[in-house]
Design a protein around this ligand. Structure first.
Ligand code: HPA
Length: 273
């Protein structure tokens, strides 16, 4: 894996014209248009980067963008791959480790998720404060050494999360907070499964992000994460669940997400140059 990371770093360095990103951002389903906010200096297809996710499901683009939001230098993954695609939980490991190696010292992860809480409605945004891994798998299966026993307390960095709250506040965006449950997918959950998740303490459910958080913790990259709630989870409302709905409702939240991420990223502009 580290060979692939080194190869990716070399390719990116050649194409990035001296831009060393500070923050890595992963854009989930229906959110890739945030890239419009970025002053892009280079663009690299995932297909050119060994170990990066290759063409995934609808709503995912598959490009690495390097550029600036305000004065903050960012690397943006437009699209991700999922455990359910090939049954590999470490499918994003090369991409995340590459972000670290090219200079990112923190990450922002975004996704689409189903809401388990009546008060958090489709179109709302949720700051992830903790997670429950419902899959029983780990992207660290097979890794060696004592550092594989990763401490998962405060996996969602309290300081970065506080910055995200301030960014939401500044834009008058109501930010829900809660626990995200990782469901393997690709099938959605049953109503009984959602009732069980609720009892376990989950506020939202989705099919991504958690393995990325585990990889990032292992690689010692602090992060914060946002879910766009695209639907009420199974059995909570009568609306049938579909990927099309996920994409459509994620688009409705686009403006709030853009505002929050813009302010969040800009809040680092004074820290550097
Ligand atoms: N369940 C799982 N993943 C999802 C959902 C959901 O209800 N909505 C968007 N992604």
């Amino acid at each position: 894996m580290m060979n692939q990371v080194s190869a990716c770093v070399k390719i990116i360095r050649e194409k990035s014209l001296g831009l060393y990103p500070q923050i890595g951002l992963i854009l989930g389903s229906g959110l890739s248009s945030f890239a419009d906010q970025v002053n892009i200096s280079s663009e690299i297809s995932f297909n050119e980067l060994p170990g990066f996710p290759q063409a995934g499901v609808g709503g995912h683009v598959g490009k690495l963008l390097l550029g600036r939001v305000g004065n903050t230098k960012v690397a943006i993954l437009q699209g991700r791959s999922h455990y359910y695609e090939e049954g590999k939980a470490d499918t994003m490991a090369v991409a995340i480790k590459t972000l670290k190696e090219i200079g990112c010292d923190s990450l922002v992860l975004t996704n689409a998720a189903g809401s388990i809480k009546k008060g958090a409605k489709p179109g709302d945004i949720m700051l992830i404060t903790d997670h429950i891994n419902m899959t029983g798998v780990s992207p660290l299966f097979g890794s060696k050494g004592n550092d594989r026993f990763v401490d998962m307390c405060e996996a969602y960095d309290p300081d970065l999360s506080e910055r995200m709250r301030k960014a939401a506040n500044k834009n008058g965006v109501n930010l829900n907070e809660g626990v995200y449950a990782w469901w393997s997918g690709p099938q959605f959950e049953t109503p009984a499964e959602i009732r069980a998740l609720k009892i376990l303490g989950a506020d939202a459910v989705g099919m991504s992000t958690v393995p990325e958080v585990i990889v990032a913790r292992h690689a010692k990259i602090p992060l914060c994460a946002l879910s766009v709630l695209t639907n009420y989870a199974a059995g909570i409302s009568d609306t049938p669940l579909s990927h099309e709905q996920t994409i459509r409702v994620a688009k409705l939240a686009e403006k709030s997400i853009k505002d929050i991420l813009n302010s969040y990223l800009n809040s680092f502009s004074n820290d550097n140059n």
